[in-house]
Design a protein around this ligand. Sequence first.
Ligand SMILES: Nc1ncnc2c1ncn2[C@@H]1O[C@H](COP(=O)(O)OP(=O)(O)OP(=O)(O)O)[C@@H](O)[C@H]1O
Ligand SMILES: [Mg+2]
Length: 265
Amino acid sequence: MEYALQVKDLSKTFILQKRMNHVLKNISFSIEKGEMVAIMGPSGSGKSTLLYSVSGMDRPTAGDVYLENKKITDLNEKELAQIRLQSMGFIFQQMHMLKNLSIRDNILLPAYEASKNKEMRVQKDQYCQELMKKLDITEIGDNDVTQVSGGQLQRACICRSLMNQPAILFADEPTGALNKSASEEVMKELNKLNHQGITIMLVTHDMKVASKCSRILYIVDGNINGELVFDQFEDTRQTQGEFVEGEVLKLREKRLSQWLNDMGW
Ligand SMILES: Nc1ncnc2c1ncn2[C@@H]1O[C@H](COP(=O)(O)OP(=O)(O)OP(=O)(O)O)[C@@H](O)[C@H]1O
Ligand SMILES: [Mg+2]
């Protein structure tokens, strides 16, 4: 079994005005390569904190995180920044695009950071063009970030997250600010990327989004309280190599709805 991510006894405690808030309590789980895992749970349960702690955006208080068998929790800031830039992609709403740059330049920014010389940057320019074409935003490349739709902006964020060909993609509510059709657009792209081999870990409140993932972890009060694996009850032949569609999706949504009910959602 090849792991994209392994999390062992992870804890995160915030101290505010001398009061300790134990947000993550000894969490352990693994994500295999090629999985698409959704984190669900009530507001304030620690979902975003978990995502930040495993992706090196924030330091856990205790515990270890391994990215493809490499322990990243004892790296120094510089080493961690390098791993984040080269091996991880991020779609976080807080990480806004810069307003004084075009969509294209925003997408290119992390790639230029990772590229030492002109030759590499030329390659990145080409790759940027390919990605923008794939995600159907070529025509808005010169637009300012205020001159595009929510769905287009989110697709641009996906392009940006992919520029350095990450092994794993982290997303916090990737469809949270989108309407139904833009949300479907974005999920279609994430499903496609996943089927091309990119491991995805995302946080969502949306059942439709979660039902398109392969596994769901449910967090309550800083603990993982439950896990739902879709392949366990459904004919996997229907989903292998394809996007989850039609009947399978309906079945999943129904199953998920029951499960979330049991979880106290
Ligand atoms: N930087 C921080 N400093 C102090 N406390 C924090 C910090 N970030 C989060 N918290 C606290 O940690 C707890 C979990 O927050 P978190 O953002 O992880 O929740 P969440 O599950 O993502 O919620 P939501 O669904 O509303 O986004 C909350 O009680 C929050 O106040
Ligand atoms: Mg959150």
